[in-house]
Design a binder for this molecule. Structure first.
Ligand SMILES: [Zn+2]
Length: 137
């Protein structure tokens, strides 16, 4: 990975060999969120950063074949991923190299890589989920 690239947004993920999304957990009601809200939308309690599960199941997805924004590859795919153990369904970019492997309920794993550009048109790191290889956990 190119370590000179900045994340598309600060504070939403840890890059590196084992990337993790940084969400939040409410100190009162223990609900988790991604991205991090200013306060808990359920009870207005304070929220703290929490690293979320890098594993999940693809709930649903869409492949977009129109002109891609932010320098994303064409076509690209987005979807909703149910994170393992976190009780969270999050919206995410999906691996543009694995579009043909996408399927409902598929096991997916978090990755961070150089995809597209940021708001200033600079190449950047983005998080995305990729399909798991069979027989390889
Ligand atoms: Zn709460």
């Amino acid at each position: 990975m190119n370590s000179e690239l900045k994340p598309v947004m600060e504070g939403i993920f840890d890059a590196g060999a084992s990337p993790r999304l940084i969400g939040a957990i409410c100190s009162k009601c223990n609900q988790k969120f991604f991205p991090k809200p200013m306060v808990c939308p359920h009870c207005l309690g304070e929220v703290e950063d929490v690293k979320l599960s890098p594993e999940g199941k693809l709930y649903t997805y869409a492949v977009l074949r129109t002109k891609a924004p932010y320098g994303l590859p064409q076509p690209y795919a987005v979807g909703w991923v149910d994170l393992e153990d976190d009780g969270l369904r999050i919206f995410s970019l999906l691996d543009p190299e694995k579009i043909s492997e996408l399927d409902f309920g598929k096991q997916v794993t978090l990755r961070v890589g150089a995809i597209g550009v940021d708001n200033n048109g600079q190449p950047c790191l983005r998080y995305y989920f990729t399909t798991k290889k069979k027989g390889c956990d």
